[in-house]
Design a binder for this molecule. Structure first.
Ligand SMILES: N[C@@H](CCC(=O)N[C@@H](CS)C(=O)NCC(=O)O)C(=O)O
Length: 205
């Protein structure tokens, strides 16, 4: 199995899950700005020119959430996700998808307007709307992790991995406020795990 990865990118989610499941993998570590994500060989694997991309058993595919779901279904043996018929399953799915569908869009706008877009394409108005949306999402998350170590039941699930990646990104770029405390407490518990530490090796590249 081969994971195409950039330090600090969403491929950290995949690496973290691989570590937690104890799956052996080869890492193809790339950099955001050296053009390697735009090479014809890489674009043949992922025409979006983004990471993560996973190669396993003759199949090549992308989208961090889809990759996590595939790994759980194929290699999870029931770990890191509530059973399909568990009442916790819908809540697990809710948070799993909330990470990319609700938390990441404002982060994308913030990252774009702070680091990626050219000066003329940047917009203070867009940045301030995205920060309001982020604050709203963080308020929702904070209420759900208050006094808890994990989002679902009392154990680590792939929903924690999906969401904690996004929160780590917000923290790394100074977009995570000091309050509410519950967010920092929840993230610190997850960040103490060896799998998290391996996944985030190299910081944000
Ligand atoms: N929804 C996709 C987003 C993938 C994505 O945007 N990856 C970023 C890094 S976090 C990337 O590779 N950006 C490189 C670029 O746009 O040049 C996923 O979850 O896999």
């Amino acid at each position: 199995m081969k994971l195409h990865h950039v330090p600090g990118a969403r491929s950290c989610r995949v690496r973290w899950l691989l570590e937690e499941l104890g799956i052996e993998y080869e890492l193809d570590q790339k950099e955001l700005r050296d053009g390697s994500l735009r090479s014809p060989e890489y674009l043949a694997k992922n025409p979006n020119g983004k990471v993560p991309t996973l190669e396993d058993d003759g199949v090549i595919f992308y989208e961090s959430g889809a990759i996590l779901q595939y790994l759980l279904e194929r290699y999870g043996k029931g770990r890191l996700a509530p059973a399909i018929d568990s009442p916790s399953r819908p809540i697990f799915l809710q948070w799993f998808h909330w990470a990319e569908a609700t938390l990441m869009p404002p982060m994308g706008v913030i990252m774009g307007n702070r680091f990626v877009l050219t000066e003329e394409d940047r917009s203070e108005a867009a940045l301030s709307v995205a920060r309001r949306q982020l604050a709203n999402a963080l308020r929702v998350l904070a209420g759900s992790v208050e006094g808890k170590a994990f989002l679902v039941d009392d154990e680590l699930s792939a929903a924690d991995i999906m969401v904690a990646y996004s929160l780590t990104l917000a923290k790394m770029v100074g977009e995570l406020p000091e309050e509410p405390e519950s967010l920092h407490h929840w993230l610190a518990g997850l960040a103490a795990r060896p799998g998290y530490q391996t996944a985030f090796e190299g910081g944000f590249g």
